[in-house]
Design a protein around this ligand. Structure first.
Ligand code: EPU
Length: 337
């Protein structure tokens, strides 16, 4: 394994902003990860793991060692009772390709998560979710490297502290655990999850095949979310705020028609940040080459040569206006580095 100096991260982050890693290593197997971590320890370098770079915003050069997870491989494991089968995938696998492969093999449950950019290893970090599904629904366990104990570990789902766009790996476990592979349990029987109204409405056939659901999800995403290969972006920049039912009732007087979603916790409700931002007229507004996407107010795009700071300043202006107007503090979904 080679450790390279001064590597540009511009092609490795989906915003396409410039940043340079002081040290960089591509990781293909367990031994390489151990070797790279030993180097970082010896040189007293901080480390940053990078998957598809689709949920990070670099606002400056990275002074430490970037580990780019490139370990591949998908293993179809044992069949479980109740028409379930386990699948294990390396952190470096492309998420959408993995979703498509499982569906082609007759293993179902990931269709609603089609076309989410990024890698398998990054998916549990922020518990990726879309159209009424999230990875925590079918995740069984993860192989991780524990930097505190210097050992490999298998963590089951209950240890991962999953919640809405969040996990242990984004919080207190951030510098401690490195996700190496992910095991999911999928169903060999097909049941579509059409709980999300926009998805059900997009399907003319109400008994769709898995392939038709994947196609519908891809087409909704393409209509609202820009392709990072064409226009740099990281999907939703902020999380949807979770507020009390009381706060929602008072906001509804100020904002008739404000949608809300169930959270599973009583007394709390989730509201769409995009709706609030749209109400405040943010769609299409710019700061330098950073812009709020014309089709979706929660998505920031790099129209050309934006820096990470341009994007951050635009995001800060957006969240300040939501705080002033509605008393709600938006929390970034994207990791700012
Ligand atoms: N809306 C507006 N204006 C806009 C965009 C949306 O008023 O500019 C309204 C919509 O009409 C709808 C509501 O806001 O009533 C929610 O919009 P949408 O269905 O597009 O979903 P979202 O809440 O903005 C979330 C996820 C997305 C995921 C979609 C679909 C978060 C932060 N974002 O977006 O995830 O694809 O639901 O499930 O939870 C991501 O995490 O990067 C991401 C793209």
């Amino acid at each position: 394994m080679e450790i390279t100096r001064s590597v540009s991260l511009q092609p490795l982050n989906s915003f396409g902003v410039p940043a340079v890693a002081a040290h960089f290593a591509a990781i293909s197997n367990r031994a390489e990860l151990e070797e790279a971590l030993a180097f970082a320890k010896a040189e007293r370098l901080p480390i940053q793991v990078l998957g598809g770079g689709s949920n990070v915003l670099f606002i400056r050069d990275y002074p430490g060692l970037v580990l780019h997870m490139e370990n591949h491989g998908v293993e179809f494991l044992q069949t479980m009772p109740g028409q379930m089968q386990r699948v294990r995938a390396g952190a470096g696998e492309n998420w959408h390709d993995f979703v498509s492969m499982c569906s082609r093999k007759g293993l179902y449950g990931l269709e609603n998560l089609a076309l989410i950019p990024g890698t398998v290893g990054a998916a549990p970090m922020q518990n990726i979710g879309a159209y009424g599904a999230e990875i925590a629904d079918c995740l069984i366990e993860l192989s991780v490297y524990d930097r505190k104990k210097n050992s490999w570990l298998t963590m089951d789902k209950s240890q991962c502290e999953f919640s809405y766009r969040d996990s242990l790996f984004k919080q207190s476990g951030r510098d401690r655990f490195i996700i190496f592979d992910v095991t999911l349990e999928l169903s060999t029987a097909w049941y579509p999850n059409l709980s999300y109204a926009a998805l059900a409405n997009a399907l003319v056939n109400q008994e769709p095949t898995a392939e038709q659901v994947i196609e519908a999800v891809c087409s909704i995403r393409r209509s609202k979310l820009p392709d990072p290969g064409v226009l740099g972006n990281a999907g939703s920049f902020f999380k949807n705020p979770i507020i009390s039912e009381d706060k929602y009732a008072s906001l509804l007087e100020q904002l008739p028609g404000l949608p809300s979603y169930q959270t599973g916790e009583s007394g709390l409700t989730k509201i769409p940040a995009a709706w609030l931002l749209d109400k405040l007229g943010w769609k299409g507004r710019t700061r330098g080459a950073a812009k709020v996407h014309d089709a979706h107010a929660l998505v920031l795009v790099n129209t050309g040569d934006a820096s990470g700071e341009d994007i951050l300043l635009l995001a800060q202006a957006m969240s300040s206006s939501v705080l002033e107007s509605f008393g709600i503090a938006l929390e970034p979904e994207v990791q700012i580095l």
